[in-house]
Design a protein around this ligand. Structure first.
Ligand code: NAD
Length: 486
């Protein structure tokens, strides 16, 4: 079992490490080129080793998450450690099936022949993570990369230094250091890494840095998965149980002190429903975190003083109906609700990423749909309505990475649902089998014997007879000759 250096437990500040990005990439690429990562047995062994790494070191991971984010051990389990273990178990259970070539039908004109899709590893992958779920968002993509047989460079966020340090210390002990390496560091290290050639870049972070990543990747035509952020709206109407809706909203908004990419960013509702909802939100906050959440061990802290100041500035000019206290030195922000927020105010133009919930008034669901559609496509959209017509309208008339009815943030725990954004909230998706295919190339394989040479019909010279057959028979069944099977 890994023993962390004593000074890390005590919490001394860490220096930013710089590592030779080029050397790290060359090192793991070598393992990929030697074929180390391709066998099924290697992939399985690595996934099992990752499982042992987590199980052997749960407390160390919990402590690191507490130091970085004030995250309670239970929340660390439910949203990070347990999440990764579930993904691992799901992958170990299904990997052999996912690896099987998938046969597909061949058009009549090619028969006899066989066709199949074979999944091969992409090569060397870079996984860059953010600070808000620093265990989950490095290790969950790693599961997909290993399952697909890739070599991997991991770059945890420098803003969660305790977790970055623990991952950098544990991974070489448990995983094959020939093929998996951790590069720690700040933006300059991230930039050095992005200057290298990779076969896939899997980035989780802000939309602004996502653009930088996409630009760097384009130099080498490297495919990217961009798991980005943005503002996830929530619509609430008075057809639902507003007591239960308030509890769900408070839970989704305040886990990790609001620093969750899929947290409900703001609420759209009528002024009348807002008036009923607000006392229920107040009660739910008190029930979860006590009358003074700053005293609650269950309530997290903001990652840095800079982010705390950013949140304080977002509150400028607003008069919260719940909370509103900010203590920059303690990196603390109250669970805060603001009612009747102007859609043009700063808090409605950038992702909040903190425990502040603005309520924007709309007349009805139609106006809410229009409001959402006029803005960037969100990562998630939440709808609290028992009216089937309203639910259908949101499903049909809005676009978002995910839509969830009645519960925020929980969709990402369903392994078989794609997790990813659309438009400004990202491109590509993962979790479950999709993590495996994201890090794989789906290679088309066609196999046709040379004898009998059934293709002679399509060879020149074209005769009247061949034309007649093409017109009457082949063109109706073969896409190769312009026909259509549908
Ligand atoms: P970030 O974009 O600032 O940083 C993410 C990573 O990029 C870090 O490893 C960092 O070192 C690196 N980086 C930062 N600036 C860089 C630059 N100029 N050039 C190259 N690399 C750079 O994001 P963050 O602040 O760590 O995380 C918060 C954001 O991530 C929010 O927008 C949130 O919504 C989003 N997020 C999305 C998901 C998702 O799954 N879609 C999950 C968590 C967080």
């Amino acid at each position: 079992m890994y023993e962390p250096e004593p000074n890390r437990i005590k919490g001394e500040p860490m220096s930013t490490k710089t590592t030779d990005a080029a050397a790290a990439v060359t090192h793991v690429r070598g393992a990929f080129e030697r074929g180390v990562t391709k066998p099924y047995a290697w992939r399985r062994e690595q996934l099992e080793a990752l499982r042992s790494m987590i199980l052997d070191n749960q407390e160390i991971l919990e402590r690191a998450l507490f130091r970085d984010l004030g995250k309670h051990a239970t929340e660390a389990q439910t949203t990070e450690i347990g999440f990764v273990l579930t993904e691992l178990d799901h992958t170990l259970r299904h990997l052999r099936r996912w690896l099987r070539p998938r046969r597909v039908a061949v058009p009549l004109v090619l028969a006899p022949a066989s066709a199949r899709t074979v999944y091969e590893p992409l090569g060397t992958a870079l996984i860059m993570g953010p600070w808000n779920y620093p265990v989950q968002l490095i290790l969950a993509p790693l599961i997909g990369a290993l399952a697909a047989g890739n070599a991997v460079v991991l770059k945890p966020s420098e803003l969660a230094p305790a977790t970055s340090e623990v991952l950098a210390s544990l991974i070489p002990v448990y995983l094959d250091e020939r093929a998996v390496t951790v590069v720690e560091g700040d933006v300059s290290v991230a930039s050095d890494l992005l200057a290298q050639r990779f076969d896939h870049i899997f980035f989780t972070g802000s939309t602004a840095v996502g653009r930088i990543v996409a630009k760097a990747a384009s130099e080498n035509l490297t495919p990217v998965t961009l798991e980005l952020g943005g503002k996830s709206p929530t619509f609430v109407d008075d057809t639902v149980d507003l007591v239960a809706a308030a509890r769900r909203l408070v839970w989704g908004k305040l886990m990790n002190a609001g620093q969750t990419c899929v947290a409900p960013d703001y609420v759209l509702t009528t002024p009348r429903t807002a008036d009923v909802l607000i006392p229920h939100l107040r009660r739910a906050i008190a029930e979860f975190y006590g009358e003074d959440p700053s005293l609650s061990v269950d309530y997290g802290r903001i990652i840095t003083t800079r982010h705390t100041e950013r949140l304080r500035d977002l509150l400028d000019g607003h008069d919260p109906v719940i909370g509103g206290r900010v203590d920059v030195d303690e990196q603390y922000v109250d669970p805060t609700v603001i009612n009747g927020v102007d859609p043009d105010s700063a808090i409605m133009t950038e992702e909040i990423f903190g425990p502040i919930l603005p309520i924007v008034h709309v007349a009805d669901a139609t106006e809410a749909v229009r409001f959402i559609s006029a803005r960037d496509k969100p990562l998630s959209l939440y709808v609290f309505s028992d009216d089937p017509a309203v639910r259908r309208r949101f499903l049909r008339d809005t676009s978002s990475g995910a839509i969830a009815f009645g519960v925020p943030a929980a969709h990402l725990t369903v392994p078989d649902l794609p997790f990813g954004g659309v438009g400004a909230s990202g491109m590509g998706a993962y979790h479950g089998e999709l993590s495996f295919t994201t890090f794989s190339h789906a290679k088309a394989v066609l196999s046709k014997g040379l004898i009998p040479d059934t293709l002679s019909l399509v060879y020149p010279p074209f005769t009247e007879g061949k034309s007649a057959i093409a017109r009457r028979v082949i063109a109706r069944t073969s896409p190769l000759l312009g026909g259509d099977d549908d």
